[in-house]
Design a protein around this ligand. Structure first.
Ligand code: SF4
Length: 410
């Protein structure tokens, strides 16, 4: 069903759809040298003002999703663990007031070592937060310093221990390969040290040198691992984590059986999700949009939403029109072709691949009718394989996934 055809006021009834919620907290102690995310330092007052805006946005938006049941919430950033504990509680309280949150919803908060202590972790647990994602990146203090992280490996160990003691049974650790000055041996050590701690989930991404970051500007003064070493690190990740009992379920994500991140799987499976906060992205019923990235434009967007709701002036308007009128950016009702493209290139990121029957049910055509040529060619090259209804990347296909994804674009 396409949302553009629907008006948005009132509750629609019928069966409940699943919804995931992302909350963007754009604050960090200081900017890491490689970071191009929407984040930066802020004082307590700025944080408080921002949280107030967030609460208003969540309240006004909740009326649109009466027919949805929230299955996951992700507080990301930035460094959400920088927020005073009570403010985190207010945000979750506002969500629970306005949305129907499933009792077993996965609720994650991102945390950087040193930004939360035992008391805050205990409070998170009482708020229903049941998953912690800790940004470690490396266990080598020299590597951490070179990329401008605020913490040492020791700080991470303290944070990890406090989180376990507070009762977190589901912890992700973020790692990075390809860091300046990183060797294969130091990366192996990082993998071994982290797997020895037995987290439930590990995300392992390669550093991308983004234009405009400090690391990019000063790239001449660093030594980065070469292409061959980069490749070896990538292969080492799979081998080392596999040996330690983690299975790769997405190109860069590994979990113990049953501990995959439900929230992220919603993105790859094209489920409905709504993002609150500065620059947050959303996709609901095949309509994508973003919140403004500038604070003033975001505040204006929240105000327009409130006014519209108060005067009921937005009622009767299509969903897309309402999003545009209230200052959302990049509002796009996806065409069936765009939906098919996303179905393929997002679904193929998962090691389980895409379900050809689901494709047929969604689009009324078989995946063979639409993408037969590409699939056949990649199968012959040993890059894609079929098993029953599923089509997925082979290990060799994962190595060249970007080329494969590009072939599914019309
Ligand atoms: S902690 Fe994360 S979001 Fe914050 S500056 Fe560092 S990389 Fe960016």
């Amino acid at each position: 069903m396409e949302a553009d055809a629907e008006t948005f006021c009132g509750r629609t009834g019928g069966s409940m759809r699943e919804l995931s919620i992302y909350i963007h907290i754009p604050f960090c102690v200081r900017k890491c040298l490689y970071c191009d995310f929407l984040s930066g330092p802020a004082c307590e007052e700025e944080m408080k003002n921002y949280v107030n805006l967030l609460l208003r946005e969540i309240k006004e938006q909740s009326i649109l999703y009466g027919d949805h049941r929230v299955v996951s919430i992700f507080l990301g950033g930035g460094t959400p663990s920088l927020l005073p504990a009570q403010e985190t509680g207010w945000i979750l309280g506002q969500i629970r007031d306005g949305f129907s949150v499933s009792e077993d919803a996965e609720i994650t908060i991102e945390c950087n070592p040193g930004t939360a202590m035992a008391e805050k972790f205990a409070y998170y647990i009482t708020c229903g937060i049941n998953r912690l994602s800790i940004g470690l990146q490396s266990t080598d203090d020299g590597e951490l310093e070179r990329i401008g992280r605020i913490h040492s490996y020791g700080d991470f160990l303290n944070t990890y221990e406090m989180a376990r003691e507070a009762g977190f049974r589901n912890i992700n650790v973020d790692l990075m390969a390809g860091l300046p000055g990183q060797s294969l041996a130091s990366y192996r050590k990082t993998l071994e040290r982290v797997t020895a701690l037995s987290p439930e989930h590990i995300s392992a991404y390669s550093l991308i040198l983004e234009e405009g970051t400090q690391l990019y500007v000063n790239r001449g003064s660093y030594t980065f691992p070469g292409e061959e070493e980069d490749r070896e690190m990538y292969e080492l990740t799979g081998r080392c984590l596999g040996k330690a009992g983690f299975h790769r379920y997405e190109i860069s994500n590994y979990a113990r059986e049953g501990w995959e991140c439900r929230h992220n799987k919603v993105y790859w499976r094209r489920g409905d999700y709504v993002g609150f906060g500065l620059g947050a992205s959303s996709m609901v019923r095949n309509v994508r949009w973003k919140n403004p990235e500038a604070q003033a434009a975001y505040a204006a967007c929240v105000e327009k939403m409130e006014e519209g709701m108060k005067e009921r002036g937005l009622c009767g308007m299509s969903f897309v029109e309402m999003l545009r009128r209230t200052g959302r950016c990049e509002v796009q009702a996806l065409t069936p072709q765009e939906q098919m493209e996303e179905f393929m290139f997002l679904g193929l990121r998962l090691t389980e691949g895409v379900d050809s029957e689901e494709f047929r049910m969604h689009f009324g055509e078989t995946v063979g009718e639409v993408y037969g040529k590409q699939i056949e060619s990649f199968e012959k090259q040993g890059l894609l394989e079929r098993e029953g209804r599923r089509i997925r990347l082979t290990p060799r296909g994962i190595d060249v996934s970007n080329v494969i994804f590009a072939a599914f674009l019309f």
